[in-house]
Design a protein around this ligand. Structure first.
Ligand code: PLP
Length: 373
């Protein structure tokens, strides 16, 4: 049976060259990067090369990048590290749990939190943020693009507000690397989280951009690795894998975006040809990420029927899957409960070809016709 993985937003397969590089490093390089001898230096050099690759891809200085255990850890280090006692934080109602649950626990510890809901375009309106700022606002944390909707926030506009008010701005950009160009030189972001497994790198490795001049309090105690913010002997192969993956993703970003947009157009054309009734929720979104409703069809049943045909997609995001309820993110974006229950997230990437798209559209139409009958 043909298999088509269309859940790129949940995670990506690892690139061949990244896997090869990591295998070679695991086999050949084992020195502790903190050791002074040549073994240590060799490991240290691999880490610093990856740091340069990340900085080059994102338009920042290499000293502004630390490596972490994953995107969730980057979010924790950034948010918990940036705040002072009893401060006010503004964020959105549709952040990933690694932001949302940090905010919940901070609220229990006396901080005040304001969460802003997305508008009907799936974006957080910068004006709504501005209106909620108080003298106690220390941090604003808004995701670059939403993992369920694919909607992209106006990060530049928000950063103009945070800059003018001297507020620290954290951005969860985990969904964006390799999908939209990001130039930290141009954006007034202070802290930005990324995760390698979303851009064809390995799982269990992330990075955090910390703009020069921003001081974070460590949330973990240990050795002095990664600017004293992420203690522990470094995951050398993972870091090298992240470095190569971000280089591959960002060097070819324009070509990849064009390819993915062509696939998207082909998919939509096929849905129209098959006369499938669908609603694409968000217009301006990450390339390849479709939050798409098939009215009157139960999303979970559709997911299972597609899985039986070798096609992998999501109902909600990966971290909320397993639930049969309508996604709160969709409801917050003013999507009715009926439509939310019929909404799937289909995400295409650079690994796909026209044949994959044709197969998904054909199977989708057959399944929907069967269910409707
Ligand atoms: N932030 C967003 C927007 C995500 O989509 C994810 C993963 O799904 C994360 C953070 C967490 O990343 P990681 O799985 O590396 O912890």
């Amino acid at each position: 049976m043909k298999k088509v993985y269309c859940d790129i937003s949940a995670t990506t397969p690892i690139s061949n060259d990244v896997a090869k590089l990591m295998f070679n490093i695991q086999r050949d390089v084992f020195g502790n990067p903190s050791s002074i001898h040549k073994y240590g230096q060799e490991s240290h050099a691999i880490i610093e090369k990856a740091r340069i690759q990340v900085a080059t891809a994102l338009g920042c200085h290499q000293e502004e990048i630390i490596f972490t255990g994953c995107g969730s850890e980057s979010n924790n280090i950034a948010i918990k590290g940036a705040i002072e006692s009893n401060c006010h934080i503004i964020s959105s109602s549709y952040e990933h749990p690694s932001v949302m649950n940090v905010l919940k626990s901070l609220e229990q510890n006396g901080h005040s939190i304001t969460l802003i809901k997305p508008d009907e375009t799936g974006r957080i309106n910068p004006k709504s943020i501005q209106e909620k700022i108080t003298k106690k606002t220390k941090l604003i944390s808004i995701m670059f693009a939403n993992n369920e909707l694919g909607s992209i926030n106006d990060i530049k506009k928000i950063s103009e507000i945070t800059k003018s008010q001297g507020i620290i701005f954290h951005v969860d950009a985990v969904q964006c690397i390799g999908k939209i160009p990001i130039d930290l030189n141009e954006l007034g972001i202070d802290l930005m989280s990324i995760s390698a497994h979303k851009f064809y790198g390995p799982k269990g490795i992330g990075a955090l951009f910390i703009r020069k001049g921003i001081d974070l309090n460590p949330i973990l105690d240990g050795g002095g690795q990664e600017l004293n913010l992420r203690p522990g002997t470094e995951n050398i192969a993972g870091i090298a894998g992240l470095g190569l993956a971000i280089k591959e993703s960002c060097e070819h970003i324009e070509k990849n975006i064009k390819h993915i947009k062509n696939l998207e157009t082909r998919f939509i054309e096929q849905l129209n040809n098959y006369k499938i009734n669908y609603i694409l929720h968000i217009k301006d979104r990450l390339p390849g990420v479709l939050a798409i409703a098939f009215p009157k069809i139960d999303g979970q049943s559709l997911l299972i029927a597609l899985d039986l045909k070798g096609i992998a997609i999501s109902f909600g995001s990966a971290c909320s899957s397993g639930t049969t309820k309508a996604s709160q993110i969709l409801l917050d974006a003013n999507i009715s409960e009926d439509l939310a229950i019929s909404t799937l997230r289909i995400s295409f990437g650079k690994i796909h070809c026209n044949d994959d798209i044709d197969y998904v559209a054909k199977e989708l139409s057959e399944i929907i016709n069967r269910i409707e009958k």
